[in-house]
Design a binder for this molecule. Structure first.
Ligand code: NAP
Length: 221
């Protein structure tokens, strides 16, 4: 079974569609139950749907409690953007940004490691090229994604020798709802579509008996 977070939209929804086409058992999750149901209704195969706000530890616990067995793969796409010069950013929006990107990933990894560190589970954490380089007017978004990268690299050390693996993904710009919800007016016509990024990620997520791809950067032209 593959669990995909942030699957009510964008990259998560596109990945869910790809894997569903291959007939893989799927559970998709996000906060907005209606949008999740709409995504599920357009899948070639039936998928499980579970509403959860990953910024709440109790929701993360309930999400994993709903699984019948350990998943093979968890693809954590949930996240959001918020941009602008630092002095103009709103404290409430900054807190929400940290909740959606950092707290959600901490709670998810904490619960996954607690349950499955001795299972062969690949946990794919979608960050951003904003976790690799500083960007003006993206300061708090960069801070959040750099924090997630620090988390992933530290938990990797804690998982040394365990069958559970963390796979870091750094995508560049994708034309998704992300920009609309971030409040940033942006021409995304030259960005990757979610389907293109999902296709590349799907191709990169290959493993063999003794190896796995650990870090993936998906750049746009
Ligand atoms: N679009 C880009 O240019 C771009 C570039 C680099 C990296 N990224 C990263 O790629 C990932 C996917 O982004 P996207 O472009 O596909 O954005 P998107 O279309 O806005 O999708 C984001 C998803 O995350 C979910 N989500 C947000 N906060 C959540 C929370 N607290 N709990 C549970 N689900 C939550 C949203 O669903 P609900 O609202 O239903 O919860 C939605 O399904 C994000 O981590 C983003 O930071 C995006």
């Amino acid at each position: 079974m593959i669990v995909i977070t942030g699957a009510s939209s964008g990259l998560g929804a596109a990945l869910a569609h790809l894997y569903s086409t291959e007939g893989k058992p799927l559970l998709i999750t996000g906060r907005n139950a209606q949008r999740l149901e709409n995504v599920a209704a357009n899948m070639p195969e039936k998928v499980q749907v579970k509403q959860a706000d990953l910024g709440k530890a109790t929701d993360v616990e309930a999400l994993l409690d709903s699984l019948e067995c350990a998943p093979d793969t968890v693809i954590h796409c949930a996240g959001s953007g918020y941009f602008g010069p630092i002095e103009q950013q709103d404290p409430e929006a900054i807190s929400q940004l940290i909740q959606n990107n950092v707290t959600s990933t901490i709670f998810l990894l904490r619960e996954l490691v607690k349950r499955y560190r001795n299972h062969k589970v690949n946990v794919v954490v979608v960050m951003s090229t904003a976790a690799q380089a500083a960007k003006a007017e993206e300061s708090t978004y960069c801070a959040a994604k750099w924090a997630v990268r620090g988390l992933v690299e530290s938990v990797r050390l804690e998982l040394k020798g365990c069958p559970m693996k963390l796979i870091a993904v750094y995508p560049g710009g994708m034309a998704t709802d992300f920009w609309k919800t971030s409040g940033k007016e942006f021409d995304t016509s030259s960005f990757m579509t979610a389907e293109e990024a999902a296709h590349m990620l799907r191709q990169a997520l290959v493993g063999t008996e003794h190896g796995f791809v650990s870090d993936i950067t998906i750049n746009r032209h």
